[in-house]
Ligand binder design. Structure first.
Ligand SMILES: [Zn+2]
Length: 160
């Protein structure tokens, strides 16, 4: 049991059901095949080809599966790793962290807290410096997220 990949996207680590709970059959109908592969089967899209890899547009990134708002463009940065990268989620309660041993090493998987869908992984200690609004500079984490798991809602031009 201990070494099984965390492959059950239907129950939160705390045992509670997700707010948006659908059967895999429903997800399969709602999502395209590549979306289903990443979001529900913890797949990874190819690097450098995702829709949002280099996007600079201001706005909020939501979960493609359930529309929970997950990341802001203000925390997005150029990691040159081939996937959209964020220093942190929009709020800590928007994502869930799971230990992932699937690749023969321990990584931290990031899932949507709204529906349990796989988003990507988070890495620490890579030396990416994050400039905080108070002028402080800290070493940031890298939330490495699949473009296909996200939908960007650009900030409205009229909104200040
Ligand atoms: Zn979701």
């Amino acid at each position: 049991m201990g070494n099984m990949p965390s492959n059950s996207p239907n129950t939160r680590p705390d045992g509670l059901p997700y707010a948006v709970a659908k059967s895999e059959e429903e997800w399969r109908q709602e999502l395209s095949d590549p979306e289903y592969y990443v979001l529900r089967q913890s797949g990874t899209e190819a690097p450098f080809v995702g829709e949002y890899t280099d996007t600079k547009t201001e706005g909020v990134y939501s979960c493609k599966a359930c529309s929970t708002e997950l990341f802001r463009s203000t925390e997005k940065f150029d990691s040159h790793c081939g996937w959209p990268s964020f220093f942190e989620p929009l709020a800590q309660d928007r994502v869930i962290y799971l230990e992932d041993r699937a690749m023969g090493r321990v990584r931290t998987e990031v899932r949507c807290a709204g529906c349990g869908s796989h988003l990507g992984h988070v890495f620490e200690g890579e030396g990416y410096m994050q400039y905080m609004t108070n002028g402080e500079v800290v070493e940031g984490k890298r939330f490495c997220i699949n473009s296909i798991a996200l939908r960007l809602e650009p900030t409205s031009q009229n909104q200040q």
